[in-house]
Write a protein that binds this ligand. Structure first.
Ligand SMILES: [Fe+2]
Ligand SMILES: [Fe+2]
Length: 469
């Protein structure tokens, strides 16, 4: 029991010998993975981090200097809801499952493993960024995101170990064996194999890719398998910070471009060492479209099965009138006779699209806030989300080419115009060139504006990351 004092938890770890044994075996492998694949070059630094210590809404986090490998990777579930029932699908109204329902064991394991795989993947993708942080504040935020993704892996591994026996333990090992971008054992989903090696990409990733995570967690938070639901609902409280890092990060890049545009009255933002809004737009186009793919195919039997089984619901399922969802259709862009039309699909089969559309609305709100910044500076430029069919690799639009307005292009037109839509080599090289570390106290790189405030009431000038004494 004593050995588990260092893992904060509200799952009565010390009372579950079998689980403790399983986690004890997994822990050294996890730490090896963290040392080898986690943030490079900063493992011995003191980082001002928040740690989850309970699930009380007001007091779940403490802030202090921690060396990342010693972060208190905890296991937290939101408290159980009394008499909770399955909220949708074929088992609507039945008591929520506290154990894995036998008939859905494989399906459920797949859902959990798919989610789990993304958590360590993102840490791997971002591992070199610490070396080029624009300020100590930003480096600290990166590491906060990284340790929380590590904790999310713990959360998922807890479910695998507790409820899936031997297979669960094997899956937990595999989660450490696959690596982002690896030739022979890549991560399961495409975007998690893309390197995230500049900070503009990192901020785009935390805006758009972590937001996919948010929507997946919302859908799993509705799950009739109660431990999964409770785990995901607590993860969402952490995810909010990742979204904050992304949105304010991109927002500050935009703000800096606007400052230069209005101070210098010159439209060559790059000449002043910052990132122009057109480049920001191309990065949006890329990360947004890559993230849209994560929701899966527009028409999907898997999605229908997950919903029918009561394992994966919709965003705010309670707000829908009909939780069985057999009577309705959902509009999906299809090309039945040579023309793209919104055509009805039985809604259960369109559940991926339903969730994607909620995600799109959320992204549109972010874009509106970024545009308000540009507007405040009196600059006529506006950022936009590309059409959802643009640059897709999964689903109905994957074998077609579209421009950002959703007009279909020939392969040849697409190739000719790609650099209009997506970051080209020159853009990437330019952005990469700016990635010079600014780690002096209170200083910030020229290509990004200072944050409005620091973390946990501390000023921007606070030493958020410091070398071991
Ligand atoms: Fe996560
Ligand atoms: Fe996240």
């Amino acid at each position: 029991m004593a050995s588990y004092d260092r893992i904060p938890n509200n799952v009565d770890l010390s009372g579950d010998k079998k689980l403790v044994r399983a986690l004890e075996q997994w822990l050294p492998d996890y730490l090896d993975w963290w040392h080898g694949m986690g943030p490079a070059g900063f493992q011995a630094h003191d980082v001002y981090l928040r740690t989850a210590v309970s699930v009380d809404p007001g007091g779940w986090a403490v802030y202090d200097y921690v060396k990342m490998p010693r972060y208190r990777w905890g296991i937290f579930l939101v408290p159980p809801e009394k008499d909770r029932t399955v909220g949708f699908g074929d088992h609507l109204g039945h008591p929520a499952w506290q154990e894995v329902p036998g008939e859905y064991r494989n399906m459920l394991r797949r859902v959990i493993v798919t989610q789990a795989d993304t958590e360590p993947a993102s840490v791997e993708q971002q591992r070199s960024l610490g070396h080029s942080g624009p300020s100590l504040y930003d480096v600290r935020n990166l590491f906060q995101v990284n340790v929380e993704e590590g904790r999310h892996l713990w959360a998922m591994v807890y479910l695998l170990h507790s409820f899936f026996g031997r297979d669960g333990r094997d899956e937990a090992e595999e989660l450490l064996a696959r690596h982002s971008g690896s030739e022979d054992k890549p991560r399961l989903l495409n975007v998690f194999n893309e390197p995230v090696d500049d900070w503009l990409s990192f901020f785009m990733y935390t805006t758009f890719t972590d937001r996919d995570g948010k929507y997946q967690l919302i859908a799993l938070g509705e799950s009739g398998f109660d431990p999964l639901s409770r785990t995901c609902r607590f993860m969402l409280t952490e995810e909010a910070h990742h979204m904050f890092v992304g949105e304010t990060g991109v927002g500050r890049v935009i703000e800096r471009a606007c400052q230069i545009l209005s101070e210098t009255k010159c439209d060559d933002v790059r000449a002043h060492g910052a990132i122009d809004l057109e480049t920001v737009q191309r990065y949006i186009n890329m990360w947004y479209s890559l993230s849209l793919d994560l929701f899966g195919s527009e028409i999907s039997t898997n999605a229908a099965n997950y919903f029918a089984a009561g394992l994966k619901g919709r965003d705010h399922e309670a707000s829908y009138g009909d939780h069985v969802a057999l009577a309705r259709d959902y509009p999906v862009w299809q090309k039945p006779d040579g023309e793209w039309l919104l055509s009805p699909v039985p809604i259960r089969n369109a559940m991926n699209e339903v969730l994607r559309d909620d995600y799109i609305k959320d992204c549109a709100r972010v874009l509106a806030r970024w545009n308000r910044t540009i507007e405040r500076y009196g600059i006529p430029y506006r950022l936009r989300l590309p059409d959802k069919r643009f640059h897709r690799s999964i689903g109905l639009y994957a074998r077609h080419c579209f421009d950002t307005e959703g007009r279909e292009l020939t392969q040849e037109e697409w190739e000719r115009r790609t650099s209009e839509f997506l970051p080209c080599e020159k853009d990437r090289a330019y952005v990469k060139n700016l990635m010079v570390p600014v780690h002096n106290l209170g200083k910030i790189a020229n290509w990004i504006a200072r944050p409005v405030k620091g973390i946990n009431g501390k000023p921007f000038e606070f030493e958020y990351v410091r070398k071991e004494e």
